[in-house]
Every structure is written in C-alpha cells, then in structure tokens.
Design a binder for this molecule. Structure first.
Ligand SMILES: [Zn+2]
Length: 483
C-alpha cells in the first residue's frame, strides 16, 4: 500500500455567468480527472451542480469543458486525466445562453398544443422551449438553404428570425425554395418569406434586412443575433459572414450545395476553426461554377438547409455535440455522409492569436469580383430587346452548353459554348459589337473577359442571363438554331 494517490492541483476557469457572487472566476481544486474536478466544484459551489452534471452523473451539454483547447468530450469525457497545473475552462455552449435560463413563464394553451412534441422531449422541455423563444437567428440568404431552414426554425418557435436577402422571387427559384409560391414571383424574398413564416407561426418576430450585407453594415446586423445561418451562394458573402461572425463572437452555421453534393459545418472561432481556417482565400473568380450554371437537385439544398437548422437548434438549446471542427460532406447520389476533422489554423488571418484582419474588408475585391467594371459592361433584357430590333443588332453569343441551348435560347443567338470560345475567335473577329449570355451570368462574364482580352472592344453581357430574359417576358426559340 502506498496510500492515496496524490491529486494534482488544477485551475477551473468559470464563465461570468457561473462566477460566484463576489465575481471570482477561478477556483483551484485537487483532482485526478475532469469528473473529480467538476464534483469538487459542485461540492464547493452546490448551486452550480444542477448546471454541470445530470442526475445520472453525466456531464450536461449546456456547458462545455475545455482542457488545453480541446472539448473534453473529444478526449475521454469525465474520465479525462489531469496533470498538475492543468487549467479547465468552462464555456457556456451557447452565446445567447450565457446568462441564466430564461425567466420561467406559463405557456399559453395554444403554445402547449403547438410545442407539445418539444415539451415532452427531455432535451428540449419547457426550459428549452423558453430558450428557443428567447433566441435570435439571422438567416443570410433566403434561397435553397435558407428557405427550408426558415420554415423549420419558425415552426420550432425560435423567438426572432432575421431575414437577410435583397433578391426578388424568380420562377427558377421555385424548384427548391419551398418558402415561396408561384404567386410570389417578382416579390422581394424578405416580404414573401415574412408573410409565409408569419402565417406558419405568428409567435415569431420577423426582422427584415432587405439591404445587401457588406462591410459597412454586416457587423452591426450580425451582433444582434445568437446564431447566424449562412445560406449564401457566393464567396464574397460567405467570407463577409465568416469574418463578421468571428469579430462579433457569433457561431456561423455554414452550408453549401452543388449538383448532388453538400457541405455543412459549424464555424465558431471561440471554440474551434472558422471558414478561413479551412479556406484562407477564395478560389479564382469563376473557377467554381454556380448552381445556376451547374445545376442542383432541388431536394439537396433542402437536405443541407435542414442539417443547418438542426445544428442551429442544438446550439440554441445547448444539447448534443455540435458540428464544430467537423466538416460534413453529403453525397446525394450515393446517399452517404462523410466527416472530415477541421482544426483551427495557427495562422488564420481572422481568428488566430495574431490576426491580420481585424475589421471587415471589401469582399468583392478580395474575391476578385470586379463589380463596377462588370456592371458597366452589362446590358439589361429590355435594352437588349431594343438593340436586337435596331438596324445593326449586336452579335448574340449563347455561351452555355449545346444541350442548354437546344432547350431554349434567345432568337438569332449563336451557340458558342464557353469551352469552345477559343476555337471561334477568328470568325467572330468580324462582329461589330457582341452581347454574351449564359443562364445566370457567371459564364458570360468569363466569356466577355476573354473576348476583351483578345481585343474585342464592344463586348457586353446580358445581366440576369437567360433566366432573367425569360422572367422579363423575352421571346425564346427552342430546338437547334444557328451555329
Ligand atoms: Zn480561422
């Protein structure tokens, strides 16, 4: 017998909300394991016990415990061994849940009925439902990802939903953006979405953000919310949302889709990597095709958007294991899910100890999207119709694939798929002025740039592309046309 094992002395760092009335946020205890340290904390501060450990002795998920920068759930949980001078950090799982649980209030009969399936769930229950009612979620983008997420978050009783989108509903949205009906085409998305969500759950406060989020306003908007659900479809917005979330200390529930594939993660720089840790810089402009160009199976964003909604509710409730430091890859064709571990980059430009980005920047320029230049070289559908009826109309180049062209194109447009553009430069040399178009605008921007690079002076592209042309009631020819 060598007697009792010597217990190392460790530090316990408490968040503000768990500090003692005198404000002390550090406690020293002697413990061999994380479980012993927490039991010792519960003995010294019995009022904290119900917030740390369940009746069965397991660690409650409303508080995360970190040891050397890692969540102990990812180590050996309560059995994780401690060494002398270790420092355990207790972190509330939820930004908005930093404070005490919301003031208990009686549910109205209508709420008891509406949320009955939540109220009987031990992981939600009355306290969780009150937590949801006290929560605020910002939806950036009300498209394929944001639309299904918004419906479920409103149905779940999240107290406030911020709706950020500056687009109008288009016919091409209806294949997957289930928030909208055919009658909504042409209406601003924030308005159509607010009507639909209010009809679903009048108890949810809906805050409209119809302005384009950029460096001047994003931080102010993001700060109002507990969680941001990023349903954007472009790189400038994605980096903007990431950086604003890092600077504001708000978790960013990320999702993206293309064709049959999706990605989901929770970026929360306070406890793990951010989007820039994974991708410090965007791909070159136009290197990644958009869904307008490449297509997307309609249900795929629904699937990914609901995974984002699931993670959002978990964060708000402080239950389960968030998808932090993990990238979930969804393959809709095989119907398989894979997971990659993500680590915080020591040299991340925005979330590392020595960041180079300390305020929001110009994200269009950062992503190489030359907005001003491109806008000057664009022509709208109405103007183009006038030009095509003039005495010397521009040469109209359809740079989509041959299959897309055959399904329907602008009258008298010539099919030159972007990949084949180089082979046709010589014969195009005679054209006076050229207007390029694709489905949305990505490929036509690229085509216009290439034509300008080889000396074409009068090149413009159809803004809004073929979809915008159809939306504006422009005539369409089907079947093979002029080459
Ligand atoms: Zn980072």
């Amino acid at each position: 017998m060598t007697g009792a094992t010597e217990r190392p002395r460790v530090q316990l760092a408490l968040p503000r909300s768990l500090a003692d009335p005198a404000g002390a946020a550090e406690i020293e205890v002697d413990a061999l394991t994380v479980g012993e340290a927490l039991a010792e904390l519960a003995r010294l501060r019995p009022e904290l016990a119900p917030r740390l450990l369940g009746r069965d002795g397991r660690l409650l998920s409303a508080v995360a415990v970190y040891l050397r920068g890692q969540d102990v759930r990812e180590l050996s949980g309560l059995a994780t061994p401690l060494s002398s001078r270790d420092r355990l950090e207790l972190v509330p799982a939820l930004s908005g849940g930093d404070g005490p649980a919301p003031e208990p209030r009686a549910f109205r009969p209508e709420e008891l009925a509406r949320y009955g399936r939540h109220l009987v769930l031990p992981e939600v229950g009355p306290e969780g439902q009150r937590r949801l009612a006290a929560s605020r979620v910002l939806l950036v983008g009300l498209g394929g990802l944001g639309a299904p997420a918004a419906l479920y978050l409103a149905a779940a009783g999240v107290g406030e939903l911020g709706l950020a989108d500056f687009a109008d509903v288009q016919t091409s949205n209806l294949q997957r953006q289930v928030l909208y009906t055919t009658a909504d085409v042409g209406r601003p998305k924030v308005e159509a979405a607010a009507d639909r969500l209010a009809a679903l759950n009048p108890g949810v406060r809906l805050v409209r953000h119809p302005e384009r989020l950029d460096r001047t306003n994003a931080l102010e908007v993001v700060r109002r919310y507990d969680v941001v659900l990023d349903g954007s479809d472009n790189f400038p917005t994605r980096y903007l949302v990431n950086d604003a979330c890092v600077l504001a200390g708000v978790p960013d529930v990320f999702g993206s889709v293309y064709r049959f594939e999706g990605q989901v993660s929770v970026f929360d720089a306070r406890h793990g990597p951010c989007y820039r840790c994974l991708f410090p810089e965007p791909p070159p402009p136009d290197a990644v095709p958009s869904c307008a160009d490449g297509g997307v199976l309609g249900v795929l964003p629904g699937l990914v958007g609901l995974l984002q909604a699931t993670e959002t509710l978990k964060l708000l409730l402080g239950v389960g294991r968030p998808l932090r430091g993990r990238l979930l890859l969804v393959d809709g064709l095989d119907l398989g899910f894979r997971e990659l571990a993500l680590t915080k980059a020591a040299d991340c430009p925005v979330c590392s100890a020595a960041p180079t980005i300390t305020e929001l920047i110009d994200y269009e320029a950062f992503c190489g999207v030359a907005v001003g230049d491109d806008d000057a070289a664009a022509v709208g559908a109405v103007e183009l119709r006038g030009l095509l009826e003039a005495a010397s109309p521009p040469l109209l180049l359809d740079v989509r694939s041959r299959e897309e062209y055959d399904l329907g194109h602008l009258p008298r447009a010539r099919s030159v798929p972007l990949e084949a553009l180089a082979e046709h430069l010589e014969e195009l040399g005679q054209a006076g002025s050229v207007v390029t178009y694709c489905s949305g605008g990505t490929r036509s921007s690229q085509a216009s740039r290439r034509l300008r690079d080889v000396g074409f002076r009068r090149v413009r592209r159809l803004s809004g592309g073929f979809e915008g042309w159809v939306e504006a009631g422009g005539p369409v020819t089907t079947g093979p046309g002029a080459d």
